[in-house]
Structure formats: C-alpha cells, structure tokens
Write a protein that binds this ligand. Structure first.
Ligand code: SF4
Length: 209
C-alpha cells in the first residue's frame, strides 16, 4: 500500500516541471532511487551532470566515489547501500553548471521550496529510522540556516524521531573537506554511521516491525 503510494509520488516527481516553468535552467530527469522499505535515507543537494546525463543513479559521479569511500569505511559496499536504502536530494534535477565554471550551480531557495513537497512525501512514506543529510543544503534543511558545518558534522542527532548523521558534500569542489581538522570530523561521522549500522542491524535490507 505504502509502496504503491510511493510509486505514484515517484511518477509525479518524474513528470514535475515546476522549476522549468518558473524559468530555472534545470535539466532533468529528476534523480532518486529506493523503495518504501528502506530504513535509511541519504539526502544530497542536487544531482550533477553525470547522474542526469549518463547513469540516472544518485551520487554516481566523482563526488559519489568519495561518498561511497566514506560509506565503505562505515561498513557498506556501494551496491548493498544502493539496494537497501533510499537516495534522494533537496532538489532532484540537475541545476546546471556554476557560472564560475567550478562545480554545479547551487539551487536557489525558491527551487528548494518548490521541491520540498516531494522530499516531505518521500520522508513520510519511506519513514526512515536514519537520515544522512549530505552537504550544507541538506544539513540546513534539518538544522536551520546559517549553521556552521564544523559545529554539526561529526555529531549524531535525533530529529523528529529519526537519527541524523550529517556528512559534508563530497565534491572535489568543496574546500571544507580538505581542511585537516575537518577530516577528523568526517572520521567521527563515519564512526557514528558504523555504530548505527551495527546497532540497528542495517547490514541488510530487512525492515523491522
Ligand atoms: S528540482 Fe524538484 S521541483 Fe524542480 S522540476 Fe525538478 S523535481 Fe520538480
């Protein structure tokens, strides 16, 4: 029943034209993966050119390689993680390149607001026990705007009844992840992920209860 509702929402997301109709230079298709039985949801910022133009899988470009290295250190191989868990983002279409030529354009607050109902529907229907917000935009979605990443990353939180373990954006365009002190925070986040994986039995795709 919930699975069918989620399939309907996913079909509506795939047909969504909100940002294009509002004049934003986004490029589809929307990218996400997973089903209603997932006990963990990973939420990024927005897909990139590789995800939208080639693979149609979240985090399958160069940033994804670093992300899956972190997840591997927490105990998950990439295919198990993709098969078991839900992967989505704050905005689900490629926002296009940054004008500076470095990285992708960050979706505007208006685009984030337009896509928010889809994320709320995903969270409601999947109802994950654990959420991994990846990058500033996803972290601010849960912790509020203007928070400093080094004060949040490395921690383990409970928000709306879910465990939250934030990670920084793994993009090579991010200078945050290169700073030595920040690497220690990432290692702490990975330890939290490893502990939660073991404690909740998130080594397989099985849904409890
Ligand atoms: S980013 Fe979200 S709201 Fe905008 S067109 Fe894509 S799916 Fe729709």
């Amino acid at each position: 029943m919930v699975e069918e509702e989620l399939r309907q929402i996913q079909a509506q997301i795939r047909a969504c034209q909100r940002c294009a109709l509002a004049g934003f230079p986004i490029q589809g298709p929307p990218i996400f993966s997973g089903n209603a039985s997932a006990r963990l949801m990973l939420i990024g910022q927005a897909p990139g050119r590789v995800e939208v133009g080639e693979t149609h899988r979240p985090f399958s470009g160069s940033a994804g390689k670093r992300l899956f290295r972190w997840l591997q250190q927490a105990g998950w191989d990439e295919e198990t993680f993709r098969a078991c868990f839900y992967m989505t983002s704050i905005t689900k279409c490629f926002p296009g390149p940054n004008k500076s030529g470095r990285g992708d354009r960050a979706p505007t607050r208006r685009e984030q607001r337009m896509c928010e109902p889809w994320l709320i529907a995903e969270l409601t229907l999947v109802d994950p026990e654990v959420v991994i917000p990846v990058g500033r935009m996803a972290i601010e979605r849960f912790f509020g705007p203007g928070r400093r990443l080094h004060e949040i990353i490395g921690g383990r939180y409970r928000v709306d009844g879910r465990i939250l373990i934030p990670l920084p954006h793994p993009s090579g365009a991010s200078s945050w992840i290169q700073k030595p002190g920040h690497r220690a925070l990432i290692r702490r986040a990975i330890v939290h992920l490893a502990e939660v994986r073991q404690a909740l039995g998130l080594t397989t795709c099985t849904r409890h209860g």
